[in-house]
Design a protein around this ligand. Structure first.
Ligand SMILES: Cc1cc2nc3c(=O)[nH]c(=O)nc-3n(C[C@H](O)[C@H](O)[C@H](O)COP(=O)(O)OP(=O)(O)OC[C@H]3O[C@@H](n4cnc5c(N)ncnc54)[C@H](O)[C@@H]3O)c2cc1C
Length: 532
């Protein structure tokens, strides 16, 4: 018999199996004929609503029977060396999880990524951090594992599809992630552990017969007309020279592959503008966030660095925190020279003295009509307004500095009052910050909303609205400003047979787990079509 129960315990007892067992036995009131065999934690969360935070555990108690672990997913994989091939453009979470799913279904993935493998990619990250040099094909967004590799590695998603989420998390564990992610309410891997997991996924793909090509930028799509006069994709051209052919192509290039959007537009393949968000990164001392959330300036050793989420509506637009990184670092996430983009990451222990989060304003398509006449990469079309706007803000931030990746920053209260900060608090941002009038660098309609929202957040979270915090520019790559339209049933592009837009860049995901789920969904749709 298995009984599901909930127990609560203070942080000091969370690692004590004996304490947990005592609480389970007390709650179960089992009879003398019954024996508690196994205690399996299903869910672990922190409840910080009262003065002293507690852990809440949902537990399956196995009485008179043993817990039998699920078989490994990888045990089901067959070798696919001579199976039909599927091209995948992009080795991010969407591309890699599509590849794993294809293998599980007996198809052979051929992956192309413009960037380098995780190890080689590190050198380019160092060059951005220390010398301000941005390699447009290898950076915090491009390269093996995609934007998810050197990230915070938060694995929570708003998706409610438990089965699909569990499949992704189990695969991550089978590739080396800690099994705690299967039970934590807010699972997290950390950017020191993610590269190894990504490299292990690569090994699985190659060992089963798949192929991965790095330094291989897809520069064109080979499109033909079929006998019914419909357009179909035959394959791709890599690095402007080599052609590859397959009956299906997954396009999983992420939200920063701006050249892919122009390529699609120029080939008359439909893309659509979609809303996104833009703003700044906000950085507080972590001890202050711990104080706000836990009531503890020096937090209990067993409690993780506290996180937060804030949201409000200002003049019909959402202003909200995004991709919060407790105990983390702000990183330079530009994908081209002369741009300044910031994002956040953390190590698995989340032990930096800083907390950072995106603080962004929702942007609707109609907010950008004043860009209608501007050009992006020689294209004058309103569907590119989002990209034009993102790039303009990123370049304004860059040119406000000294030509390096040093980022403009302003103390929080100074920002809301439109005041220059005489000096700045310490920051985790390695290239460095300099004092600037962020309230003048950002578009005024974004500034006004942030200036109204920030004091509101301060009312909800006492201590949040402080000059010990600073904002750093700019958080502009929250999601893609485009959607690549696809059929909701068969996941194929609405106009091009065999082309499968996928993941965040196509507008169907926002984050590691949702991108991975989308990759799996697309792979299943392809298998159904190819195997018919
Ligand atoms: C610093 C940082 C921190 C983040 N932290 C988190 C977090 O903690 N949790 C979370 O859920 N999300 C986080 N994100 C967002 C998350 O990484 C993305 O949502 C996710 O990676 C999207 O997956 P994807 O596969 O759709 O695209 P991507 O991960 O963007 O992958 C796209 C891939 O396509 C490749 N590519 C692009 N163009 C071409 C081309 N023409 N030819 C060949 N290859 C190409 C790129 O090199 C890249 O590898 C973070 C992002 C960043 C940048």
């Amino acid at each position: 018999m298995v009984k599901r129960i909930e127990i609560c315990l203070p942080p000091k007892d969370i690692d004590s199996f004996e304490k947990i067992k005592q609480l389970v036995l007390k709650k179960l009131e089992i009879k003398s004929s019954q024996k508690l065999i196994d205690i399996i934690t299903i869910r672990k969360s922190i409840d910080a609503r009262s003065r002293s935070p507690v852990f809440r555990l949902i537990i399956d108690a196995y009485i008179n029977e043993k817990f039998i672990p699920k078989p490994k997913i990888l045990d089901n994989y067959a070798t696919i060396k001579s199976s039909p091939e599927v091209i995948i453009v992009g080795a991010g979470p969407a591309g890699y999880f599509a590849a794993l799913q294809l293998i599980e279904l007996g198809l052979k993935p051929i992956i192309f990524d413009r960037g380098k493998d995780v190890q080689a990619r590190r050198r380019d990250l160092r060059a951005i951090q220390q010398e301000g040099i941005v390699n447009p094909d290898s950076n915090y967004c491009f390269g093996e594992g995609g934007a998810g590799t050197y990230s915070d590695g938060k694995l929570y998603t708003r998706s409610k599809k438990r089965g699909k989420i569990e499949h992704i998390l189990r695969l991550l564990v089978e590739h080396g992630a800690t099994s705690e992610i299967l039970v934590d309410a807010h699972p997290h891997i950390g950017s020191n552990k993610l590269p190894k997991v990504v490299a292990n996924i690569r090994e699985t793909i190659i060992n089963h017969g798949g192929k991965i090509h790095f330094n291989s930028k897809v520069t064109d799509l080979i499109i033909s007309n079929n006998s019914n006069g419909k357009r179909q994709i035959e394959g791709v051209i890599v690095n402007n020279k080599t052609e590859y052919f397959a009956p299906a192509t997954i396009l999983a290039t992420g939200h920063s592959a701006r050249d892919i959007y122009t390529l699609l537009f120029n080939k008359n393949i439909r893309i659509e503008a979609k809303p996104f968000a833009l703003g700044v990164r906000i950085e507080h001392p972590q001890s202050l966030i711990d104080q706000i959330q836990y009531g503890q300036k020096i937090r209990d050793i067993n409690l993780p660095a506290a996180s937060y989420s804030v949201v409000c509506q200002i003049e019909k637009r959402g202003v909200f925190s995004f991709c919060m990184c407790p105990g983390g670092l702000i990183v330079p996430a530009a994908t081209a020279p002369n741009e300044l983009v910031v994002n956040g990451m953390s190590l698995s222990r989340r032990d930096s003295p800083f907390s950072n989060s995106g603080l962004v304003v929702a942007i609707e398509i109609e907010d950008l009509e004043h860009y209608n006449k501007k050009e992006f990469s020689g294209i004058k079309n309103p569907i590119f307004n989002g990209l034009k706007f993102q790039q303009e803000v990123e370049q304004t931030m860059f040119y406000s500095g000294d030509g390096s990746q040093k980022a403009p920053a302003q103390r929080l209260i100074d920002f809301t009052k439109g005041k220059f900060s005489q000096n700045l608090p310490k920051s985790s941002y390695i290239p460095g910050v300099f004092s600037a009038r962020m309230d003048q660098l950002l578009p005024s309609w974004i500034v006004k909303k942030l200036q109204k929202a920030i004091p509101e957040f301060g009312k909800k979270k006492k201590g949040f609205f402080t000059n010990d915090a600073q904002i750093v520019g700019t958080e502009s790559r929250t999601s893609a400003p485009f959607r690549i339209p696809r059929d909701s049933e068969n996941f194929m592009h609405k106009d091009i047979i065999g082309l499968y837009p996928c993941g965040e860049g196509a507008g169907y995901a926002g984050g590691i787990v949702s991108a991975a789920i989308d990759g799996e969904n697309v792979a299943k749709a392809i298998a159904e079509r190819i195997k018919k």
